[in-house]
Design a protein around this ligand. Structure first.
Ligand SMILES: Cc1cc2nc3c(=O)[nH]c(=O)nc-3n(C[C@H](O)[C@H](O)[C@H](O)COP(=O)(O)OP(=O)(O)OC[C@H]3O[C@@H](n4cnc5c(N)ncnc54)[C@H](O)[C@@H]3O)c2cc1C
Ligand code: SF4
Length: 680
């Protein structure tokens, strides 16, 4: 039959015409959608809205052969899924849908790569040092190899390394061990296959928490009630986050779980200021994109319910001078203007996002911090007045296979900044008869109330399909998140939630469009919620030494009902239908893991004190007479998202940064380290 098609030109044309006709009957195309929209608009209360920012499609001339291929694909799709008969599909979106299956080079990617190469020239081409140096490094005239060793390279770790190295006296050594690799902007994955290939742990099958790609960028810890996504690479989760910088509600710190020293009025303000300055926080322009405008309009519908809308503050570069002109950041590094491609969550291939690799890490590197990547810390041991740190170095052999080498190093001060799960895991693995930690280790874990929801068939256009570092061709999708919807006047802190809008990065836009039955992804809103989930999760170790999070009550909790109600109300404001997905099972999905090594004034209710020092509970957590404080393990600190004793119900990196700025200042002022750091 296929042969017949090829031989008969006229038959083929007739078939194409009839298929197109039938599709036109079943599926509203883009123009129909807009018309339908306007018709609805004239009947409803939003009649005064402008629709100047509807999606601008790539107008591409298709050959007859391509047209036939794509039409056939659409028909096959329809037959395979009868539900699609109700889907929004315009033929104009097919080139986009098809193009997302492969990655292609672009001037934006090339520019980002060459900018990074120039930025790294002062460091010999890259920030990372070959980890093999670690194996033969001599002890520097002291019993230990490093004076300070920082584990991880997220916000807590990078700030620790940057600030301590700034103050270190000549002759002292500071290093960082990170299990992921250094990523060059322009090389981040932007197709689904590359994203799944870069998953650190197995995504499918029975052994989901086993290693898949040890240096992969995406770390997905899948447990029964909760799944957690974090970043693994030089820069931690900053490489794949949405860059929203938000200060926590003042009342969060008044909860009794927080140490007394942090409950004083505005204690964090100067540190928040410092972090905002270094990270380059700036406010998004209002109504900049469709999704942002749609969210504002929806929130206005809920004004009577105390709903408040504001543009979010982000850590990315906008100079409004055009992409061709470089922007010099505070560290003297070249960055570029954001092109609103929506791919922040799989890594910015433009060089516009202010990841830690653009600020605190180069600061640390310039001040002499050695950075060893692909080096995962397994556990630590106490050796008198210094620490032994056991690690595994991962690399690929000449055949491309992963190989690993075990090694160890020593340090006088160890700061764990491996993130909520990472730092808790290391301490849990290190517990022994000789090394006691608080019984609260791993407890009071929170996903920060993270929840994911969708609005289907929104009244206003949204345009939420990312397009990666390609020519925007008039598209303006926006950074992943650009606004905050809150309910600030609710008297009870635990009733307050935050909802932000989102984008599907290019690599998974097709999957989402299929699930939402909205192939243009122009009338779907992504909702990311946060709130006070009461932090009752617990990190425990599995037989393979990897973390598992247990939280039996969370799925039927009051909090879950609360956030779903909030999603539902906002969906109503959008004039659409609230939808949640169960493709990953009916569980909480968090990108904001917090806790596990919580701060407290008492080792019976927390793992570290307000300075980040780890409690030593060998003698029941008693008071050390020489200091008048509870005993701590000398030279052992935690400084990252693990130290939070409660959820904070907003995006956490700014608060992690502010707390780290404070902790590291106190560390450098400790009298016992007077020989290590400059005073002041
Ligand atoms: C998709 C996504 C979107 C997000 N969006 C936002 C946002 O918009 N705003 C916001 O405030 N927050 C956001 N976050 C969360 C934010 O990025 C994190 O809260 C923050 O990065 C946590 O910082 P951290 O210092 O605790 O550790 P992380 O940034 O998680 O870094 C920890 C690092 O330690 C390394 N590590 C772990 N274990 C070991 C080990 N054993 N040995 C060596 N290295 C180790 C990891 O590889 C990682 O690089 C987002 C996160 C994700 C995943
Ligand atoms: S929207 Fe695109 S260009 Fe802008 S920061 Fe995000 S990934 Fe980079």
């Amino acid at each position: 039959m296929f042969g017949d098609w090829q031989s008969s030109e006229s038959k083929r044309s007739a078939l194409v015409a009839s298929v197109l006709q039938s599709i036109a009957i079943v599926l509203p195309d883009k123009t129909n959608l807009e018309e339908r929209h306007r018709a609805r608009q004239s009947h409803n209360k939003f009649a005064t809205l402008e629709f100047g920012m509807t999606s601008k499609k790539t107008t591409q001339k298709l050959s007859r052969r391509q047209l036939l291929q794509q039409t056939t694909l659409a028909v096959v799709g329809l037959v395979a899924s009868p539900k699609k008969a109700q889907a929004d599909l315009s033929l104009g979106s097919l080139p986009d849908v098809l193009s997302r299956r492969s990655s292609s080079p672009s001037i934006y990617k090339e520019t980002a790569k060459s900018d990074y190469a120039k930025n790294m020239q002062p460091f010999g081409g890259s920030m990372a040092t070959d980890p093999r140096c670690l194996f033969g490094m001599p002890p520097n005239g002291r019993p230990w190899q490093f004076d300070v060793l920082v584990v991880g390279s997220g916000y807590g770790a990078s700030i620790t390394a940057a600030r301590l190295s700034e103050k270190m006296l000549p002759g002292s050594r500071i290093a960082m061990l990170e299990r992921g690799r250094e990523w060059v902007p322009g090389t981040f994955p932007d197709v689904l296959k590359d994203v799944t290939d870069n998953s650190r742990l197995k995504l499918f099958g029975r052994h989901k928490r086993d290693l898949s790609n040890p240096t992969g960028l995406f770390n997905v810890v899948q447990c029964d009630e909760v799944s957690v996504l974090s970043g693994s690479g030089l820069g931690g989760s900053s490489l794949i986050n949405a860059s929203v910088a938000l200060r926590a509600d003042r009342e969060v710190f008044l909860q009794t779980q927080w140490p007394q020293a942090l409950r004083e009025m505005d204690f964090l303000s100067p540190y928040y200021d410092q972090a905002e300055y270094e990270l380059g926080v700036r406010q998004e322009p209002c109504d900049w994109t469709c999704k942002m405008k749609a969210q504002r309009l929806a929130a206005e519908q809920l004004k009577d319910h105390g709903c408040h809308f504001e543009a979010a503050a982000l850590t990315l570069t906008r100079s409004f001078r055009g992409h061709s002109l470089p922007v010099l950041n505070r560290q003297g590094l070249v960055q570029r203007d954001c092109i609103d491609c929506g791919d922040c969550l799989t890594g910015c291939n433009v060089g516009a996002k202010n990841t830690l690799a653009m600020n605190y890490l180069p600061m640390a590197r310039r001040n002499g911090t050695m950075m060893f990547t692909q080096t995962e810390v397994r556990d630590i041991e106490k050796c008198g007045d210094f620490w032994k740190v056991n690690f595994i170095y991962f690399h690929r052999d000449e055949k491309g296979r992963h190989t690993e080498h075990e090694g160890c190093t020593t340090a006088r001060v160890v700061v764990l900044g491996a993130g909520s799960i990472g730092s808790s895991e290391i301490l849990l693995r290190s517990q022994s008869e000789d090394l006691d930690f608080s019984r609260q280790l791993g407890c009071n874990w929170t996903g920060n109330g993270d929840a994911l929801g969708f609005v289907r068939k929104t009244e206003f256009p949204t345009n939420v399909a990312g397009f990666s570092a390609q020519d925007p061709q008039g598209r303006r999708i926006g950074p992943t998140i650009q606004s905050n919807v809150t309910f600030p006047d609710r008297p009870n802190l635990f009733d307050r939630v935050l909802i932000q809008e989102g984008v599907a990065a290019r690599s998974y836009a097709n999957a989402l469009s299929y699930l939402m039955q909205d192939f243009d992804l122009d009338h779907t809103q992504v909702m990311l919620g946060m709130g006070h989930d009461r932090q009752e999760g617990k990190i425990i170790l599995e037989d393979n030494g990897n973390a598992y999070i247990s939280w039996p009550g969370i799925l039927n909790s009051d909090y879950r009902r609360l956030i779903r109600e909030a999603f539902s109300s906002l969906a109503h404001g959008h004039g659409g239908k609230y939808k949640y997905l169960r493709v990953f099972g009916d569980k909480m999905i968090s990108v904001h893991p917090l806790g596990g090594c919580g701060m407290s004034d008492d080792p019976r209710s927390g793992v570290i004190n307000h300075k980040g020092q780890v409690y030593d509970t060998a003698f029941g957590g008693d008071i050390d007479e020489s200091t008048g404080e509870h005993r701590v393990h000398n030279g052992l600190y935690v400084c990252d998202g693990a130290i939070f004793p409660t959820a904070i119900a907003c995006n956490p990196f700014l608060t992690i940064s502010a707390l780290s700025e404070r902790a590291v200042q106190l560390l450098s002022l400790e009298p016992q380290y007077v020989d290590l750091f400059r005073f002041g």
